[in-house]
Design a protein. Structure first.
Lengths: 228, 238, 292
């Protein structure tokens, strides 16, 4: 029950979806469509599970007075405030039937005042670290590192006036070395070739991993409990 | 349901100004990390974790759980929340994702957490089944197909034809040699090693381009936040 | 003595506190913003292809725009959404706004409030444009929509029955759309639109992604993707193409071009950092060789 049932479910669902691609007829097309909708609905429970897990971790941290437990109070309070605002549709014009994040709703207000700036700023911090990395770690130590550096250099210069004025004077036969042209070439030729090779490699990995999962060879997602 | 019907308090100029101040202060709290880790940053970081989890849950609840599951199982009872569902036939088949969803939540209860594997089995099976075909088609077969293109384009000028042939050869050679580099079952020596070395150069050019674009992306995000702070200082709206 | 002084400067430069680097980057971004320094970028072929695709579709074509991003990448993705929407509505196409990300529906709402309602007040909701909002499921959602669009979208964003809107009457699957535009910043995003809709359904897919994602999508162009905008630069290029074709947008469609100003100065600062970092590295290496 603990291991066989999930393996059988994985096998049936995986096989039906592969079959639906090659046999686009009843019953496979119908099952493909229904399984997809089921998957979408189960995804919502994954959000709930995520929230539940977050609460479990932070409440236990508060209960046991572990390191930084006071900040866990902030997390839990923020969680309940946002959840209450959204699920109870606080301030929504039109009441229960209104849009849950319409103008005037507490959810929208909290989104604009807290979620939006926090997420945006959190990501913008990376600009500083990437600049610092450029200065400290981006060195032409080897031939390979020099190629990497030169490619990045051309890409970075492309939108700048310097990128234009450095090479605009080149004669026509050498215009392919003009930085905007060179940048386009780097993106659509060596970059594309490199990314394509990586893409093919990843695709082969995913295809083989999918087969291993469907056939029950790969079982790590089941954990170790109840192992025969 | 709590409705602030008499006066939409949260749309008043005062509420708006308070919101802008909260947003700006939270922005500064996050930026304070650049100096060093501090309690203000930790506060903002922990708040972010809590509100984002709750926001995603709320959105998923109102956009998917209610209209796509609850309303299909109990349409007659949806009048107060989703009037569009009333009168629709009940679809019992949706008891399946409902059951799987509840089973997934057993992960939170240690004693019966093993039950959640059934739902995981469905999720993994779906992901494996769809990924198998989609990756094979889009990222494998189509990529090989796109690499094998005619070198000569009818109607092109001589210069562009030479350039085009050169570029196509670099693409073809680049893809093959980078794949050779990824092949570790044979030692990278002799001709095989030289091809692999060219593959590394191609990959390095790709990583360089990625680095350049990453810098570009991060600066754009910083510009957005700085612009917000400048507007706040100027007293403009959010 | 002079040699020693030179060495000290190199060492100091190499070990400069990273907070000075942070400060310089902040200044490089703030000054052009305050001075409103804008710059326009001529359109590259890959962006022009997307523009041409929208331009070439006959009026009334159905374009699905998916908002697969959140506040973290608004500065890059929102100008793309604005430019593409202006273009599509200018050409009298019908646009369908949806989201694969929970945060996406707030961004599509922002587009509605700032662009559609303000610049195209004559366009009718449910006839010319519709707000479908977010649904859970990631790539599973695309898979569903490919076979049964209304199986997931039973109502619009406000909860009205989907069949009550004229523009939804003939929509059964994703194949009924003339173009899908995925504006994304990660998973799920433009890549998944190609894999789960474009390729299996033979539907034209275009997109706009953050600059981080852009290099990864080049292998799909031009066979599996009609064109795309990479980062803020891609958005600015689309604006350039739009203004060139429709000069009346010269004043309005400038968000990306305006924010490209700080982008340019910050790039120059980072290029200077790389050069300086390498000079100190080379001098240090020479010094080590000398004393070895």
């Amino acid at each position: 029950m603990k291991r066989t049932v999930p393996l059988v479910i994985t096998f049936i669902v995986g096989l039906v979806l592969i079959a639906a691609m090659f046999i686009p007829h009843w019953p496979f097309t119908g099952l493909d469509s229904k399984f997809s909708i089921f998957y979408d609905v189960i995804a919502v429970f994954a959000f709930i599970l995520g929230g539940g897990n977050l609460l479990k971790v932070h409440l236990s941290r508060i209960q046991n007075r572990r390191r930084d437990w006071k900040y866990s109070i902030v997390t839990v309070s923020g969680f309940f405030l946002m959840l209450g605002a959204g699920l109870l549709k606080i301030g929504v014009p039109g009441g229960w039937t209104g849009d849950y994040q319409a103008d005037g709703s507490l959810l929208k207000y909290l989104y604009d005042a807290t979620f939006q700036p926090l997420q945006a700023t959190m990501f913008s911090l990376l600009a500083f670290f990437v600049a610092s990395a450029s200065y400290r770690a981006f060195r032409a130590k080897t031939k390979e590192a020099t190629i990497l550096l030169l490619a990045a250099f051309v890409i970075l210069l492309r939108p700048t006036p310097l990128g234009y004025y450095l090479t605009f004077w080149l004669p026509k036969p050498l215009q392919f070395l003009h930085i905007p042209n060179l940048s386009t070439w780097i993106m659509s030729v060596p970059n594309m070739a490199g990314q394509r090779a990586i893409m093919i490699g990843i695709a082969l990995g995913i295809v083989s991993a999918s087969l291993r999962l469907i056939l029950g060879i790969e079982r790590s997602y089941l954990g170790t409990e109840g192992k025969d | 349901m709590i409705i602030l019907e008499s006066q939409p308090i949260l749309t008043t100029p005062v509420a708006h100004a308070v919101g802008v101040w909260i947003a700006s202060l939270l922005t500064l709290m996050i930026f304070s990390f650049l100096y060093k880790d501090n309690p203000f940053y930790k506060f903002a970081e922990h708040l972010f974790v809590g509100i984002s989890a709750a926001y995603w849950m709320t959105v998923a609840f109102w956009t998917t759980l209610i209209p796509n599951m609850i309303a299909r199982l109990w349409p007659a009872h949806m009048g107060g929340v989703l009037p569009a569902a009333v009168g629709q036939p009940r679809e019992w088949i949706y008891i399946i994702p409902f059951a799987f969803g509840i089973i997934l939540l057993t992960r939170l209860v240690s004693r019966i957490a093993w039950l959640s594997r059934w739902a995981m089995g469905f999720v993994i099976g779906f992901a494996a089944g769809t990924n198998f075909t989609r990756y094979l088609q889009s990222d494998f077969v189509s990529q090989i197909h796109s690499t094998m293109v005619p070198l000569y384009q009818p109607g092109a000028t001589t210069a562009s034809t030479i350039g085009n042939i050169f570029s196509q050869l670099v693409v073809f050679g680049g893809v093959v040699s980078a794949l050779v580099y990824f092949f570790f079952s044979k030692e990278h020596k002799g001709a095989f090693g030289r091809v692999a070395r060219f593959g590394i150069w191609i990959l390095m050019a790709a990583f360089g381009a990625s680095f350049g674009y990453t810098v570009m992306a991060r600066i754009s995000l910083l510009t957005g936040r700085m612009n917000y702070l400048i507007q706040w200082v100027k007293g403009a709206s959010w | 003595m002079a040699e020693e002084e030179k060495l000290t400067i190199i060492e100091r430069l190499g070990a400069v506190d990273r907070r000075y680097v942070f400060l310089l980057i902040a200044i490089a971004v703030i000054i052009p913003l305050v001075l409103h320094y804008a710059t326009s970028i001529p359109t590259s072929e890959i962006v022009q292809s997307l523009f041409d695709k929208i331009e070439s579709l006959p009026g009334g074509s159905r374009i699905l725009i998916s908002f697969d991003y959140g506040p973290s990448t608004v500065p890059e993705n929102q100008p793309m959404a604005n430019a593409v929407t202006r273009h599509a509505l200018e050409k009298s196409h019908r646009i369908y706004l949806m989201a694969l990300w929970p945060t996406g529906s707030r961004q599509s709402q922002q587009l509605i409030d700032e662009i559609i309602k303000v610049e195209f007040p004559d366009k009718v909701y449910g006839v010319d444009w519709i707000h479908l909002g977010y649904k859970a499921g990631n790539q599973g959602l695309i898979n569903t929509l490919l076979s049964d669009f209304k199986g997931m979208y039973t109502t619009d964003m406000s909860g009205k029955p989907i069949d009550s809107f004229p523009m939804m009457k003939d929509i059964r699957t994703l194949r009924d759309f003339d173009l899908i535009i995925g504006l994304g910043s990660g998973f799920p995003g433009t890549k998944e639109w190609i894999q789960f809709a474009g390729d299996p359904g033979d539907i034209p897919v275009g997109g706009g992604t953050t600059a981080v994602m852009a290099p990864l999508l080049y292998p799909y162009y031009p066979k599996q993707m009609v064109g795309f905008m990479g980062g803020l630069q891609g958005a600015a290029e689309y604006e350039y193409a739009l203004v060139k074709k429709y000069p009346k947008y010269a004043k309005r469609s400038r968000i990306a071009s305006t924010t490209m100003g700080p982008q340019v100065t910050a790039h120059l600062v980072i290029v200077a950092f790389i050069i300086l970092g390498n000079i100190t590295y080379l001098l240090e290496r020479r010094r080590k060789r000398k004393y070895r």
